[in-house]
Design a protein around this ligand. Structure first.
Ligand code: ADP
Ligand code: MG
Length: 328
């Protein structure tokens, strides 16, 4: 029988170079496979395409001649499963000049590591920026992102971003967003807002069930032997999640193809829940197989004490993604 890995078998030391391309789940995504199921999706599809074809706004020849302001950013806002990331990856796919694709949290982390000047030098030379899951969750991020985008917009580059939160509502409930209203508005004014509505494309009406013990053991045996499989308990998983920076979750996820978690239980604290949400986002993007077993229902994963607070959308998105993964 092939070896089943545990977390201690993984290499945590290697330095991963960011790839700046859409993750495997969206690796072959294009406009041609986007099928609008709501008028706002039809509009979004047309607008993203025309935005890419659009000439960069010309600098006025004479300083006293005011050219009408046109935002060089497009902000796709909507609930989960309406195809925002699909459109983002399709935009990346169709754009022929220098382009970069990354998540908002990766961008913030990179700017933190490189500093404003370093980020401008290393990340400032693209003509299209595709940024998934724009989310201001603390004042520090707000300021770094504001400066970085200001540097990008003066070069006339285009920026497309996706989010679950309208630009002006960024930060609400997460930090004292009122105090940063000016900064948030100065970011928002560069973006044209496209609100995308419609049902979750995956049409999920109920959550999948977690596996019973025997289904779980059968899955481990029946999935292809060529897969790199990792099995761990719920508490082992949380040791890893707590002891590594979320930006590094990608590092060890890239070393496996299938993850089996047993003794799954309700996550008591919001901070752990956010780590777990981020972990599932990465695992989902990488198309890693996931099986989980427990005595609880999937709907009981997040505790009532925090599930419906400022991060509610993240929690529900996570449950929807786990459902999809469990059924894959
Ligand atoms: N209108 C659509 N046509 C084709 N596929 C879609 C459409 N909307 C969503 N999808 C697919 O459904 C899944 C979820 O969409 P995604 O873009 O991740 O949604 P969001 O980013 O809005 O949460 C993806 O696999 C995506 O390719
Ligand atoms: Mg998305």
């Amino acid at each position: 029988m092939p070896k089943i890995l545990s977390f201690s078998d993984l290499d945590y030391s290697q330095n991963l170079k960011p790839e700046f391309v859409p993750p495997p789940r969206f690796g072959k995504t294009s406009f041609s496979t986007y099928k609008p199921s709501h008028s706002s999706q039809e509009i979004a599809l047309g607008r993203v395409q025309s935005f890419l074809g659009q000439e960069a706004r010309a600098k006025s020849k004479w300083p006293w001649q005011k050219t009408p302001f046109r935002a060089n950013g497009l902000y796709l806002d909507g609930g989960f499963g309406v195809g925002k990331t699909h459109l983002l990856a399709a935009a990346y796919d169709s754009f022929k000049a220098q382009k970069i694709y990354l998540s908002f949290s990766e961008l913030v982390h990179l700017i933190g590591v490189l500093g404003r000047q370093g980020a401008k030098k290393e990340l400032g030379n693209y003509q299209l920026y595709c940024i998934d899951e724009f989310e201001l969750d603390d004042p520090g991020n707000t300021l770094i992102v504001k400066s970085f985008l200001a540097d990008v917009f003066v070069t006339n580059a285009k920026v497309i971003t996706t989010s679950n939160t309208a630009p002006e509502a960024q930060g609400q409930g997460r930090f004292n967003a009122e105090d940063f209203k000016r900064e948030i508005q100065s970011i928002a004014k560069n973006f044209e807002l496209l609100s995308i509505d419609g049902p979750d494309y995956r049409k999920r009406e109920s959550l999948a069930s977690l596996y019973s013990n025997s289904e779980f053991n059968n899955a481990i045996l029946s999935q292809e032997d060529s897969l790199k499989k990792l099995k761990a308990s719920w508490s082992e998983l949380f040791d890893i999640l707590r002891n590594n920076h979320p930006i590094n979750y990608l590092k060890f996820l890239k070393q496996i193809d299938a993850l089996y978690i047993y003794d799954v239980a309700t996550i008591a604290w919001q901070t752990d829940a956010l780590r777990f949400v981020h972990f599932i986002d990465k695992l989902y993007d990488l198309k890693i197989s996931l099986k989980m077993t427990a005595d609880i229902e999937l709907s009981e994963l997040f505790d009532d004490s925090y599930i419906n607070t400022a991060y509610a959308k993240k929690h529900y998105r996570c449950l929807s993604r786990i459902s999809e993964l469990l059924e894959e």
